[in-house]
Design a protein around this ligand. Structure first.
Ligand code: 8YV
Length: 324
């Protein structure tokens, strides 16, 4: 008998077809946004699930899902999972690292450039029909090449951004991370380890690529924003909640920093209303990993994690180790 598998959100038909070879699949191609109660009711009938970063697996959910054996997150970030609780319930957790690193780093760089060079603000101006003549200072922004790039969170994606900045744009790269990179990794990224305070004080462009946790909640709040240069920009491609969005909107309005680029938001898909009215922010709807090839690779890796777990007893990229 094939195990029951719940696919929480729409995914590629090809990947669903692969899953159907191994599982009785309940899919959600209609993309009806389940309430928490609907989610729990659905999940309680399944042995496995393929989730996205928005689908919670916590103690409350696990309590009503005694049949659940494995959940594969189609995301590298897994702050929607309570991994210790999953381990305690004997549920295999997995995510999709590596396959999205370069695509996400590309997007981080795109957002940095769009923010520094005021891309969307100037496009909106043009679309409104306000472009009447050339002016020396029209949408003059911050320099990217040769400037100082500060990266907070230096995992795989952070390193990808560092390499693009150092090797492609001649930027001086500084970084802060819980643990320091090896000398070889620092040399490869041409990156210098500094304290968070030094990074905020001296970077022209600050990029956030750290995981969300209780520790990183509001890691960029009013006090941290106040340490940045008034000419500096801030880019968040990590998770909503790392930045205090209300404090950021205020810093942007008061021009205590020059501009920001945000792909993630506190409480997304809702966006803090103040961010929608300040001009000096580039806003995108959590699309950093959204190239077709990468989304396909993520979906396939999540599917492989489930197939491998249910056929061979182990996930390919597990987040926890289950007891014997
Ligand atoms: C996903 C992401 O698009 O991988 C992550 O952690 O944030 C994105 O790539 C999103 O989480 C949907 O699962």
């Amino acid at each position: 008998m094939k195990p029951n598998l719940l696919v929480a959100r729409p995914i590629f038909e090809e990947v669903l077809a692969r899953l159907r070879e191994h599982f009785n699949v309940t899919d959600n191609q209609a993309d009806h946004a389940w309430t928490l109660d609907e989610w729990k009711a659905q999940l309680s009938q399944h042995a496995g699930a393929l989730t996205t970063g928005a689908d919670p697996i916590n103690k409350d959910v696990l309590a009503v899902c005694p049949q659940l054996k494995a959940v594969a997150n189609m995301a590298v970030g897994f702050n929607n999972f309570d991994v210790p609780a999953m381990t305690a319930h004997g549920v295999q957790a997995s995510n999709t690292p590596d396959v999205l690193t370069e695509t996400t780093a590309d997007f981080g760089f795109a957002l940095l450039m769009a923010t520094a060079r005021r891309l969307t603000e100037s496009e909106h101006f043009l679309r409104r029909g306000e472009w009447k003549q050339w002016r020396y200072d029209m949408f003059a922004g911050a320099e990217v090449h040769g400037s100082t790039l500060g990266i907070l969170g230096m995992g795989r994606i952070g390193q990808g951004i560092a390499k693009r900045g150092a090797h492609g744009f001649g930027m001086k790269v500084i970084y802060h991370n819980r643990s320091r990179l090896s000398a070889a990794q620092e040399a490869e990224c041409k990156a210098r380890y500094v304290s968070k305070e030094e990074l905020l004080r001296s970077a022209d462009h600050v990029v956030l690529v750290l995981p969300y946790s209780a520790e990183s909640h509001h890691a960029m709040g009013a006090a941290e924003l106040a340490q940045m240069k008034p000419t500096a920009t801030l880019v968040n491609i990590a998770r909503g909640g790392i930045v205090d969005d209300a404090a950021l909107a205020q810093a942007l309005r008061n021009r205590t920093i020059a501009a920001a680029g945000l792909d993630v938001f506190e409480g997304e898909p809702k966006v803090h209303p103040d961010l929608l009215t300040v001009p000096n922010v580039v806003l995108t709807p959590h699309i950093a990993s959204a190239s077709i090839a990468t989304r396909m690779a993520m979906a396939n890796l999540a599917a492989d994690n489930l197939i491998s777990f249910f056929t061979q007893g182990r996930a390919i990229t597990p987040l926890n180790t289950l007891g014997a």
